[in-house]
Ligand binder design. Structure first.
Ligand code: AGP
Length: 607
């Protein structure tokens, strides 16, 4: 996810663009840039790192004169966070500049075509194909060039464009990425969200998918995908800036929980083509895939629990033994690793000290290494032999949610991809990829099916301890559910393999002790039901997470959370969502600092 802004009017654009980018920095902050137009043409200034570096380089914009411009703050998805990969991107002839938020899924095909046509690329990004297509299609009308360019793109894009061919104008194009126009007096704007606009105007127009706009200081024209002009009335923004950064949500954590359908879709969609999982970044691993005798997944915290959840699909589909190890343990355990071992390292930040140390230890022992990371160009990504990025966008809340579910999603896709290339699939690949493509919708359903969670939180928020129990895939999810509860609500919570309770821990179950029972795996449902009866007979109050039609559980549990029907093979990314929301609302009841819990950091870069 990135932030884009545009301005045209009768005052210097650069300081306004920088101010807008500062308000969008939570959307992405690994590099930034502006392009400003004056009588001498387009000037582009870009930096690696934060907006502050761009302000310093441009003397807060004073060093870049011109009344028309566009700006971008980046969350890298294709190409490391470098100055060359920062936006805006300039056409070879210097007449067009583009900023982009989204993912161009067919960029590699377009890049090959443009290279063959003699266009020169400065960056590794997907975005740069757009500015060369504009140059190629321009024949006197920018509107026409934009329509022809947009017709070649597949994926998601919010674009900002300026051209020296049309001084004083900025163009905005929207497809599956938010883009809002700001209506001023003698000046006009666009931005990725209202955060960047409300200091200048509260009159905004929300572009719809397929629409594009031509803005000058005195006019805004909006067109549909066929180039027909459409009329749209401005609406008034009532949010304050702080609320707008969180998209109207009270906390970043709740916003990021709600972003999970989109984050999982962004992670899946570009990698499924014609019913098959495609990992272009893993071509080099295929020749020796058949030599892999063991897979070790290693990580910390929720990333470790993501490994625990994903290992079931990985083993079931690839038939390769999978071990999941805490990075802080693995690094000191003299692991039995050699070149027949594939080590999968999972990390949202890519900067966790124990995970980096474990990765180095495994490389030293000859393992081939594959990283699943959210931050492009991070240390883990650079150290691993292969890297698959989750495209969750920046995760601001310390407690991970979309980072966790997109990590598991990549493990699911990897399971199908490896199984296909090992000739071990027992069902048509398309059946599995259809199930994967369904996940974003199922996650949304899991959010919508549980309106009682705030009330349940009021009931459970002041117990001194909570138990989470489950078996197999349910147990893996219970581990993450307990961690979420602990780290943001400060209630003691423990996850137990349901079958283990009777071996000691059931001694702790007393009258009214809350037990959260995960019952989302039909093949072992009866066993978990007996565990529910066990704890209820000792006075526990059971909150069960299960399917709507599970009558036995429904008639046994005291309270219920639901998930939509989904195969247990891919259920972990759905099961966790009601538990994330339960932890969130319990923490809210307890008055905790949800986005910045005490004693925690977003990335644990120390051992
Ligand atoms: C998750 O909610 C926690 N904030 C923490 O356990 C985190 O998952 C762990 O520190 C690993 O971080 P990483 O994914 O950035 O490596």
């Amino acid at each position: 996810m990135c932030g884009i802004v545009g301005f045209t009017g009768r005052q210097n654009a650069a300081p306004i663009l920088l101010d807008g980018l500062k308000k969008l920095e939570y959307r992405g902050y690994d590099s930034a840039g502006i392009a400003v137009m004056d009588d001498n043409g387009i000037t582009v200034q870009k930096v690696k790192g934060r907006i502050a570096n761009l302000c310093e380089k441009t003397k807060d914009g004073e060093a870049v004169p011109g009344f028309t411009g566009i700006g971008h703050t980046r969350w890298a998805t294709h190409g490391a966070p470098t100055e060359e990969n920062a936006h805006p991107h300039l056409s070879n002839d210097g007449r067009f500049a583009v900023v982009h938020n989204g993912i161009i899924e067919n960029y590699s095909t377009l890049r090959e075509e443009l290279l063959a046509d003699g266009y020169h690329f400065e960056s590794e990004t997907d975005t740069e194909v757009i500015v060369h297509l504009l140059e190629m299609y321009y024949n006197g009308s920018i509107r026409e060039a934009l329509i022809r360019t947009a017709n070649r793109l597949s994926g998601s894009y919010a674009l900002g464009v300026i051209s020296s061919e049309e001084p004083g104008k900025i163009y905005a194009v929207r497809e599956a990425s938010p883009l809002i126009l700001g209506v001023g007096i003698g000046e006009n704007y666009f931005a990725s969200d209202v955060t960047a606009l409300v200091n200048h105007t509260r009159n905004v127009i929300y572009l719809e998918d397929g629409e594009f706009a031509e803005l000058s200081e005195s006019s805004i024209k909006i067109f549909d995908v066929l180039g027909q002009e459409v009329s749209k009335k401005p609406t008034r923004v009532l949010w304050d800036v702080q609320a707008a950064e969180k998209g109207g949500f009270e906390h970043f954590m709740l916003k990021e929980i709600m972003e999970q359908p989109g984050a999982v879709k962004a992670t899946i969609a570009p990698r499924i083509r014609d019913g098959k999982v495609v990992f272009e970044e893993l071509q080099g691993i295929l020749p020796y895939l058949a030599d892999i005798r063991k897979i070790i997944i290693t990580a910390c915290g929720s990333a470790y629990y993501a490994g625990c959840a994903g290992r079931y699909a990985l083993e079931r589909l690839t038939r390769i033994p999978v071990e999941v190890e805490l990075a802080s343990e693995l690094r000191y355990s003299e692991p039995l690793i050699d070149d027949t071992t594939l080590v999968i390292v999972i990390s949202q930040s890519g900067e966790t000290a124990d995970t980096i140390a474990a990765l180095k230890e495994c490389k030293t022992r000859g393992a081939r290494t594959l990283a699943i990371v959210n931050v492009v160009g991070s240390t883990v990504a650079k150290l691993a032999d292969y890297t698959i990025y989750t495209w969750a966008g920046p995760e601001i809340a310390v407690a991970t949610t979309k980072g966790y579910t997109t990590q598991i999603t990549v493990l699911y896709m990897l399971s199908v991809y490896f199984s296909d290339h090992l000739w071990r699939l027992t069902v048509p690949e398309e059946t599995l990829t259809d199930m994967l493509m369904e996940l974003p919708r199922r996650i949304q359903q899991a959010i919508d099916m549980n309106p009682t969670i705030p009330a349940l939180a009021k009931k459970y928020h002041d117990h001194k301890a909570l138990f989470f129990i489950g078996r197999n895939t349910d147990y893996a999810t219970a581990l993450e559910g307990a961690l979420k509860m602990k780290e943001i609500s400060y209630l003691h919570a423990e996850a137990y393999a349901a079958g283990e309770l009777k071996h000691g821990t059931i001694a702790l179950i007393e009258e009214h002790q809350p037990v959260i029972a995960l019952c989302c795996n039909p093949s072992i449902m009866e066993k978990t039901l007996s565990n529910i009866v066990e704890v209820k007979s000792r006075g526990a109050e059971v909150l069960a997470l299960t399917f709507r039609n599970n009558q036995k559980i429904l008639s046994t549990a005291d309270d219920l959370l639901f998930i939509p029907d989904v195969d247990a093979l891919f259920s972990a990314v759905i099961e966790i969502v009601p538990l994330q929301l339960l932890a969130y609302y319990v923490a809210k009841e307890n008055g905790c600092d949800i986005d910045k819990p005490k004693n925690l950091a977003k990335s644990v870069t120390v051992e």
